[in-house]
Design a protein around this ligand. Structure first.
Ligand SMILES: *Cc1c(COP(=O)(O)O)cnc(C)c1O
Length: 468
């Protein structure tokens, strides 16, 4: 399988190349040159497989040429063996029509573990026998940083530097990063805000003196391997609810459009998906794009669902490219104009194509709180605020009432305990497996909001390892 860039100018890569690069050299995102297809009979034959075996079936056509069946099987078993639930992503029923797909049984209690555990295994596999270490740098406002750290902690050949804004993330989120004491994990608390941290990371990728010295890599959701790993749970859920003989709808709390794009890929591969419901909070660029064609940047409003607080959705480019005729040159021009003006208008033809597979809803904080209360009072399920945005959107969905609607539960409620308690009066406890989080020792370095200081810290620590 070869991967092409959405902007048409970068050379095609195999799975290994696309995974290690993350972003294509022309600034575009990698997509497989064609969608693998599963027949109804092939999908029916997947029923009853354990999660790791299902993952091998789904991912196999995407990794040909880079991983053998044995290697892929090994990576999937390693990635999913550590989840706290045997089913990895179990379904919970809310009522006759509504279901929750629990994606938070990984080490850091959010759905990003499902993808990053696999990505961590893939990085380690592809780097085996390499003489230069891979240096991962990232900025986090919460979930991505901890999931990435847990995915690569202790791995040979990888150093990870994760920047977070000092004093501005929750205690649970900070401790999930700073209590990982592996020598290849470097937590940096920046005396600034999240935007300062992110700007420094962007600057490092553009700093040629730095990129000549270190092999820099990123782990954000533009990496194709992350999206690919997320396709699996759409199949797992639909199979349990009767696919391929019955369609299913999915409601997805959305930020960067990564998770819901994986659902779109599942449908392109033959899974009968009635609709994908794109659920946004009040930072609603995607809802505006899908409902009126207006994809334009707006002022960011902080909410109780910080992992969905975005101004632009990086992975939306993949959908525009795929449904817009896969014209790389045209896409490059579209994105150039979007970067310059902060806005783009989606034409009628493209909107109609998107509308065949997607609907969208914008859910405000009151509706989010009502959904938390509804889940608790009607189904005795305590859900997190992100999941509640998805559930509120699922309740508004007016598709065929016989079709089950699955809401993706993207975080464990204990990660956002204050907001949950405010909504339904219950303060969810951390699961026992992470219950000693508050007793563990922390390790991090506070640095000033100064690029040179951070750059120097990264170089010194990465080089110390290289020379050891
Ligand atoms: C990252 C995240 C999301 C948004 O996922 P995208 O792939 O960016 O759309 C939703 N909920 C939680 C809890 C997250 O951590």
């Amino acid at each position: 399988m070869q991967y092409i860039s959405t902007r048409g100018a970068a050379a095609a890569q195999d799975f290994r190349g696309a995974t290690l690069a993350g972003l294509a050299s022309d600034g575009g995102l990698y997509l497989p040159e064609s969608w693998p297809q599963f027949s109804k009979a092939e999908i029916a034959a997947m029923a009853g497989l354990d999660y790791a075996s299902l993952a091998v079936r789904i991912m196999r056509p995407f990794v040909t040429g880079s991983l053998s069946d044995e290697e892929l099987t090994e990576l999937c078993q390693q990635a999913y063996g550590g989840f706290a639930h045997k089913a990895v992503t179990p379904l919970a029923q809310l009522d006759e029509r509504h279901w929750l797909l629990e994606l938070f049984h990984g080490p850091t209690l959010a759905f990003k573990d499902v993808a990053l555990q696999f990505l961590g295994q893939s990085f380690a596999h592809f780097l085996e026998g390499h003489d230069r270490a891979l240096t991962i740098v990232g900025a986090t406002s919460g979930d991505t940083g901890s999931a990435a750290i847990h995915a690569v902690a202790g791995r040979e050949g990888i150093e990870i530097f994760m920047l977070h804004p000092h004093g501005r993330i929750s205690d649970v989120q900070r401790r999930q990063m700073t209590t990982v004491l592996s020598p290849n994990v470097h937590n940096i608390a920046i005396e600034g805000n999240f935007d300062d941290a992110q700007a420094m990371v962007k600057r490092m990728f553009g700093d040629s003196a730095l990129t000549d010295t270190l092999d820099l890599s990123a782990v954000n959701s533009i990496n194709w391997a992350r999206l690919m790993a997320q396709i699996v749970y759409y199949f797992a859920a639909a199979l349990q609810l009767g696919a391929p003989h019955r369609p299913v709808a999915f409601s997805v709390p959305t930020g960067n459009f990564g998770d819901v794009f994986a659902g779109y890929v599942a449908s392109r591969m033959g899974l009968p998906v009635e609709r994908l419901i794109v659920a946004t909070n009040i930072n609603d660029i995607l809802h505006r794009a899908l409902s009126s064609g207006d994809y334009s940047r707006a002022e960011l409003s902080p909410t109780a669902t910080p992992s969905m607080d975005i101004q632009v959705s990086s992975n939306f480019e993949r959908l525009l490219f795929d449904l817009g005729g896969r014209d790389g040159a045209a896409m490059a021009e579209t994105m150039r104009s979007f970067d310059a003006s902060g806005a783009l208008q989606i034409d009628e033809t493209l909107r109609a194509a998107i509308g065949e597979r997607f609907v969208s809803e914008r859910v405000d904080g009151d509706a989010m709180s009502r959904a938390i209360r509804w889940a608790y009072e009607e189904a005795r399920q305590v859900i997190d605020p992100h999941t509640a945005i998805g559930l509120a959107a699922a309740h508004r969905y007016d598709g065929d009432p016989a079709v089950p609607v699955v809401t993706l539960a993207t975080a464990h409620p204990a990660k956002f305990d204050d907001a949950v308690e405010r909504a339904c009066g219950i303060r969810p406890a951390l699961p026992t497996r992470v219950g000693d989080l508050f007793d563990r020792q922390e390790q991090s370095t506070v640095l000033p909001n100064d690029y040179e200081a951070v750059r120097q810290f990264v170089i010194e620590n990465a080089m110390a390892k290289a020379n050891a």
